[in-house]
Design a protein around this ligand. Sequence first.
Ligand code: ADP
Ligand code: MG
Length: 236
Amino acid sequence: LTVSFDGFKALNELTLQIEPGELRCIIGPNGAGKTTMMDVITGKTRPDSGTVRFGPKLNLLALSEPEIAQAGIGRKFQKPTVFERLTVFENLELALAGDKSFLRTLFARRTTAQDTRIYEVLEIIGLARLHQAQAGILAHGQKQWLEIGMLLMQEPELLLVDEPVAGMAPQEIERTAALLQSLAGTHSVVVVEHDMDFVRSIAKRVTVLHEGRVLAEGDMDQVQKDPRVIEVYLGG
Ligand code: ADP
Ligand code: MG
């Protein structure tokens, strides 16, 4: 994939492959192209050249942003966007809607399967006891988990998560690690994160991006020992 902005190559012949059920961490200095890569996968940015495939057949470049989400790719941005005035439960309920109307969803009768899914997701994200709480009173970490839960309502196959632990307390970071690890296997999970201790705690395979391409890839120990990685990212 190549993406240029006014002649500057944010992605420069990037090649990356994620296996089904894999948990992959992507690291790299600011400006390396991490967010641009997620923008291309989700259809927000169109590349100058290259291909993006989801599974063996699906060509994501032929799909619109909503079609890509529908195909099973969920993205969590850094800043939580939960509805503060609604309860935890209602936030998950709304997320069932996808692109359907907000009000229609709140007043529509839920099916048993939908109820079951909401309770399942409440357990997964560890907020079952708080399901009637207003989302506005949740701690920062709990809001982030709720937002991951909202993504899970759509049952995505692939989750893209941008800096999930920024601003979190140590205990919240630990629970986020456990949550993302529990999602791997049944989902593919791609995590962009700067917190190296966090990456070390969850990563099997780490990709280091630099200047729009892959600088190194391997397990955390291999990557941390790589002289090129030390020079551009870990050194100092
Ligand atoms: P990262 O997420 O790794 O920090 P980004 O993907 O955000 O890197 O950015 C890669 C490079 O592309 C940066 O130099 C950034 O300034 C540039 N860039 C990203 N988006 C745009 C845009 N919409 N217009 C112009 N330049 C952009
Ligand atoms: Mg970024």
